[in-house]
Write a new protein. Sequence first.
Length: 203
Amino acid sequence: MREIDRRMKAMAKWWTELETALETHRAPRISTPPAQRSSVAAILEFRPEPHVLLMQRVEHERDPWSGHVSLPGGRSSPQDLDLLATAIRETQEEVDVDLRQSARLLGRLEARQAMSRGKPHDMDVTPFVFRLEREVEPTPMEEAKALFWLPLEQARNGAFEHEYRFQRGDQIHRTNAWKYEDYVVWGMTYRILDNLLTICRAK
């Protein structure tokens, strides 16, 4: 019982530190935005420790990130008021979660340039961090092959450290990643979540 209480107190402290860090974090604005804008949602939930919702994308020849693990999100549309609205709309379309009804916005992280196959796109990706405040049942929609919850505390403690290798042309490239069950989190998704954990540790 004491071990359970100690664990719960540690998790509550972790969560408080994360919320405080995000409330005080000021991500820089882009003075000259690229031609295309996009955004993603990092959806956090106690299960009982903090987890983040991730999706494995459906494999499609026209998708530069075909089959990758990603946060729900996508390109902005003229109908979106801003990039936050884009993240909320895309989350509804990809995992059937209405963030307006079920979550609270904690903060915004730095926008990152989109990359695929080693080449930069004229597009950036802005991550928004949410905390679920009611129970939801995410469902993989048309663009999602599968959904899973990644334990952030274990990721922060190095439990899933992995070297991901991929071939581009004649060369083998190596990059830091997390391997969780049958999923490999690498590339921009890994960098966004690693940045989130770094912000939390820095406070």
